[in-house]
Ligand binder design. Structure first.
Ligand code: SF4
Length: 430
């Protein structure tokens, strides 16, 4: 399992217990079975361009994704998958790649065995796996490839490509009822039914339940809640959670977070992905950062030190406060990879950056380390609190640099590297 044990935090008692599920091993990352909720992402490069795809995968992994999915839609894309894998291995990134298959997955997995081997999981969509009589043999061929290569499969139903045959049957059956349900209810039930019928077929063909992960994504929050609650009641497969086609910017982030937070607090969801549309030129990795922030805000995972910063208001002096908060955030982002390898546990650190005397000292005392800037009209000094005690009062233009130096020292002392621990022991002995 690649999840760092230091990132684990106890599940807050305010939430429902985690739903019990099987544990699927996706290339060494455990999904379900009570393992920490895993962050996933998906590339938007043409997979046939193995260099561009490997670079984007690396960006997503470095941002915090633990599993990355790539489209495998053409023979050229399938042929490129093992090259993407090799490029990532050369970069020292061994994290798992997942292939996203629609329509022709049965053919591509058979014709490109290196692709089938290089992928850690196959994602299929029951709505796009074949129609009528072709459906079962094509699905069975994918299950066969998974069995041969010992891979798990995600059965990923999507609102936009629901199994039309099943939906028509269920709509017709509903219409014949004395008191028919509304069509939305039938559609939600059809999504769940589609996923579970496919999962059970895969089991009949030999795929172990712990090799099956299920998702049923919708693009609206209330639908997603209803569908996942039903799924959670009706099966014990690990669940991949996400609002599909969530949209752009703050709206997409808000919708994704709202949907996933409610379900995660109910104990539902073993792996998450935020399907955000990046603005032109914006980083694809924002979807990863959103998932990490969401899990960290909920207290389910810790990826990076948490910065508590007030929003600022009419008491804040100029934009100095905003610049300090921004400097600290960017310092953390830049130093985090080194901190994490040198100072294990640093991701649990709490830092407060506050704008005035109203809430500044209180929040700073509660954090591991905090600074409270002087608001307008206050004594122009910024008290620094370490483990609840005031240890310094900074003044002048160099407050950010001085505070960062205090922060670095605190991290070295509180989360010493293996070498620093040995030195401390040796000093004690002497
Ligand atoms: S801590 Fe002070 S500056 Fe920050 S929002 Fe509150 S009152 Fe405004």
């Amino acid at each position: 399992m690649t999840v760092n044990e230091n990132e684990l935090s106890p599940r807050p008692p305010e939430y429902a217990p985690r739903r019990k599920s099987a544990a699927a091993n996706v290339g060494g990352v455990i999904v379900g079975g009570g393992a920490p909720v895993v962050v996933q992402a998906m590339t938007d490069t043409d997979t046939a361009d193995d260099l561009a795809t490997a670079i984007q995968c690396a960006d997503l992994f470095r941002a915090g994704a633990e599993i990355v999915r790539v489209t495998v839609n053409t023979p050229r894309a399938a042929a490129a998958v093992s090259k993407v894998r090799a490029r990532l291995d050369d970069m020292g990134i061994g994290a798992p790649l997942v292939g996203d298959f629609h329509y022709n997955g049965h053919k591509l997995l058979a014709q490109y065995p290196e692709c089938a081997r290089a992928l850690a999981k196959y994602r299929i969509n029951p709505g796009n796996i074949g129609k009528g009589e072709k459906r079962d043999p094509q699905f069975r061929a994918i299950v066969g490839a998974a069995l041969e290569n010992e891979k798990p499969v995600r059965i990923g139903v999507n609102w936009g490509s629901a199994d039309r045959d099943l939906l028509s049957q269920m709509m017709d059956a509903n219409a014949r009822k004395k008191n028919p349900e509304d069509s939305q209810t039938v559609l939600r039930a059809a999504l769940v039914q589609s996923a579970l019928l496919s999962a059970r077929a895969a089991e009949e063909w030999g795929l172990a339940p712990e090799r099956i992960i299920v998702s049923c994504k919708t693009s609206r929050v209330p639908d997603l809640l209803a569908v996942y609650r039903k799924l959670a009641r009706e099966c014990s497969y690990p669940l991949h959670l996400g609002l599909t086609e969530a949209g752009m910017g703050l709206g997409g982030a808000a919708s994704s977070s709202a949907a996933m937070a409610i379900l995660l607090a109910e104990g539902i969801g073993d792996t998450v992905r935020a399907s955000l549309t990046p603005a032109p030129g914006a980083s694809r990795a924002d979807e990863v950062r959103l998932c990490c922030s969401l899990l960290q805000s909920l207290g389910l995972r810790a990826f990076s030190p948490q910065v508590t910063a007030c929003p600022g208001c009419g008491r804040t002096s100029g934009d100095f406060f905003r610049r300090l908060a921004e400097k600290i955030e960017s310092h953390i982002a830049r130093r985090l990879p080194e901190w994490k390898s040198e100072h294990p546990g640093v991701e649990n650190l709490n830092i407060a950056v506050m704008g005035c005397v109203v809430n500044g000292p209180g929040e700073s005392r509660r954090a591991d380390i905090g600074i409270s800037l002087p608001g307008g009209g206050e004594n122009p000094s910024a008290p620094v609190y370490v483990d609840g005690k005031k240890t310094a009062a900074l003044k002048g233009e160099n407050i950010p640099e001085e505070f960062i130096a205090i922060l670095e020292k605190y991290i070295r002392n509180r989360y010493p590297s293996a070498g620093e621990k040995q030195n401390a022991k040796a000093e004690k002995r002497n």
